[in-house]
Design a protein around this ligand. Structure first.
Ligand code: FDA
Length: 320
């Protein structure tokens, strides 16, 4: 079985400017965006984060944006992240201490938003920007994890994170299990002690580099999970899939890992009741919370994941 019959169509639309203009203009889109995105500004984001933290969840906040083609936009993303890290750290300090032995606040970022695609100097610009943000995060006791984007960026992204980890060993990286080399990647990175966010992968990839069948992506996830749970890094099990969650619980018990040694992660607006249930059972759970005006690509990837999400979108379009 393929993952979702509509997936290629929706992911193709994710790259279409025309579709973006159309969808952004539909008034009902706002209701759908609101379900998955915590707001367009920091002022809208912060109360959402406060509530999640107060309820015992931890957060990873993503300022939306990707595939930046202008230097000014990359600079603006850095400015926003610097302010964000400061404000999240300040908010965290206002809340009572939690049982969490790891930072409650993390930011997630995409190197393509920090300038990776700005011509020949792009990778160096993105690395310099990543360094600035890691330095600020270190002084604020906030974690950083780098998102995994499409496969053309993987090698450069992994290299940038590897290099940065000599100075900031807590820097994390997402690994997508649909990639055929995911298990080998997990083996290498976890032997180095990297914090790995294991996710299935959300982009449209060619069969040469990625598994297309759901069973293969899931089998790869389980194998990667075993590797990172055995390894020396900090596993972040990012999924909403009951089978993967069960495997996470089983593997962590077998390998004597608990809160502080590993965590589950889910996306804001997805399986909220399950998130709360896991926290109620004493599991560490971090919510990936996106905010900002550049929500189009993110929204389309969420819609592509699940036919039910498309149904939700279509219903919202017809609701008044
Ligand atoms: P999948 O979509 O395969 O669904 C499996 C099953 O889970 C479903 O059949 C259903 O039972 C259940 N389920 C899923 N959604 C549900 C819902 N809304 N309600 C009820 N049940 C539901 N991707 C990427 O390429 N790069 C990245 O950096 C990241 N980062 C990231 C961070 C975090 C914290 C998460 C959770 C995810 C990502 N992703 C990502 C996205 C990831 O790669 C993947 O596309 C989605 O998480 C969807 O895959 P799942 O493992 O959730 O299950």
């Amino acid at each position: 079985i393929r993952i979702n019959p509509l997936r290629p169509v929706i992911l193709a639309a994710a790259g279409s400017d025309r579709m973006k203009r159309t969808i952004t203009k539909v008034p009902a889109t706002a209701a759908v965006v609101k379900r998955f995105v915590a707001g367009e500004t920091r002022a809208e984001l912060l109360p959402v984060v406060r509530e999640l933290l107060a309820g015992g969840r931890t957060v990873s906040v993503d300022f939306l944006g990707e595939y930046t083609t202008e230097r000014g936009m990359a600079d603006a993303a850095v400015t926003e992240y610097l302010a964000l890290i400061g404000e999240l750290a300040a908010l965290d300090r206002t809340l009572p201490d939690s049982a969490s032995t790891v930072p409650r606040v993390e930011v997630s970022l995409k190197l393509s938003a920090l300038g990776q695609f700005l011509g020949a100097d792009g990778p160096a610009i993105a690395a310099e920007n990543l360094h600035k943000l890691c330095a600020k995060a270190a002084e604020s006791q906030v974690w950083v994890t780098v998102d995994a984007e499409d496969h053309t960026t993987t090698e450069e992204t992994v290299a940038a994170v590897r290099e940065m980890r000599s100075e900031f060993p807590w820097l994390g990286l997402a690994v997508q299990t649909y990639l055929r080399d995911a298990v080998a990647r997990c083996r290498d990175l976890s032997a180095e002690g990297t914090r790995i966010r294991l996710c299935k992968g959300a982009y449209q990839e060619p069969e040469t580099v990625a598994y297309r069948k759901r069973a293969e992506v899931d089998a790869s996830y389980l194998e990667c999970l075993d590797v990172i749970m055995r390894g020396d890094g900090y596993p972040m099990v990012a999924t909403h899939d009951p089978a993967m969650l069960d495997a996470g619980l089983r593997e962590s018990a077998e390998k004597y890992r608990g809160p502080g040694d590993f965590e589950f992660q889910m996306l804001y607006g997805i399986r909220d009741a399950e998130q709360r249930r896991l926290v109620g059972e004493g599991q560490a759970l971090r919510v990936y919370v996106p905010y900002g005006g550049q929500w189009y690509g993110y929204l389309m990837r969420r819609l592509a994941e699940r036919p039910a999400n498309v149904g939700f979108f279509l219903r919202a379009l017809t609701e008044r």
